[in-house]
Ligand binder design. Sequence first.
Ligand code: C5P
Length: 466
Amino acid sequence: MTVQKAVEKAVEITKKHEYARVVSHYDADGITSAGIICNALIRRGIQFHTTIVSNLEQSFIQGLNDELIIFCDMGTAQLDLLLKHLKEKDVIIIDHHTPPLIPSTASNELISSLPSSFVHINPCLSTSKNEEEMVSEVCAAGLSYLVARCLSDDEKGNIDLAGLAVAGALGDKIGMDRGINKMILDEAIKARVISAKKGLKLGDGKIRDLILFSTDPYIPLMGKVEWVDAFLKKVDIEGDTRLSNLEEEEEKRLTAALLSLSGESKAGAGIREDDLVGTTYILNSEVVKNSIDFMRMVDACGRFGKAGIGIGLCLREKKMIEEATSLYMKFQSKLVSELNRIESAGGNEIKELPHIFYFYVHESGITGVLAGILAEYLYTGKPVIVLNKKAGLGAETKISARCNKKLLSARDGINLAKAMERASKEVEGFGGGHPVAAGASIPVGSEDKFIATLDRIIGEQRNRLR
Ligand code: C5P
């Protein structure tokens, strides 16, 4: 089935119901996806109950007793469980994750022979060659936006929800310049829902704070109060000024000075111009206008188990801004403290094998984001694996793997989703995700075997292309 046909079928099914259960993933893409669907349901007069989870457990699926269940940003990897427990229900899966290599109980045939009460919107499963290019790099929020567009009967057509799709794409680091994302962006800019602004991609706020907490893009001054103050004094910029209030000439001066920091950095931890400068989308219909800030706040809400605040932001509730901002600051403080710890250990914390870097994180809840920053800015030559070891009997170690897009575009053959799935299976864990960003959970005690296996598998992936 094509994505377009699946979207139409999902809408046809939804329209038959007065109530829906929405289940979504806890990251920015998941929360904005759910936000888009909730807004679209409200506007059609369909009531809903939304639950945000970090993964889809069998016990949770078994407990779902609603007639229509919409899964966002998840469900592809659990298709066999959904079919087993929810075959009497109407089920819509809006997901962009790669289907598992080795489904646990069912086979890949499941995907092509779904019951008529199931719709699976996932570009990885599109049967149309023409569609492939269009939908290859779309996030769940973009797909949810397509559903919302189709679900609307009025002339406004839910185009104002495009800002949430942009925030979702930013969260998953998916560009807006190609395929379906470009189409979403173009129509939203035309409708003045979104505007594009060129300049520093740091979000908005007081310049001093933006630099102090700038982990992505990674600014080598991050976390160092005296350095930041000295830097701002040298460039003659008042740290309390909001970035959006800087004169054009001041922003240029600041940009040049920030870019020159890469030359001074010893670990090669530099800022590339395209990481720091470019287009920021302004979300004219949302309560937080800067798309970077919106994405970061929503993401932090999910990570601290306060996804309801994030959904509130997506539903344009201004009173959520304060708490969402403080959650974001709390998250950044953890991240900055861990990055400073790595820096002060002079690289001793990071272990290197022939095909990967790996590292045990101390702070909890930042594993994936930290892996992304290390892979993108600091340890760029190989995939970075971050392990978060939990104490206690029967505890699981959570692992995140990231590699920067340059590694992938070097056509190195690396596919972290496949590598993590295979390596975790070998130690009785489970994993998957995307080629550049994947995760796994494994039993405590199996970390060494897992790491060695993963290194071997990634080595095999690279060799295959040589
Ligand atoms: O947890 P983390 O942010 O590292 O996950 C990266 C990606 O891997 C996400 O898309 C997530 O859904 C996927 N993942 C998975 N199986 C796991 C953990 C994560 O498929 N056990």
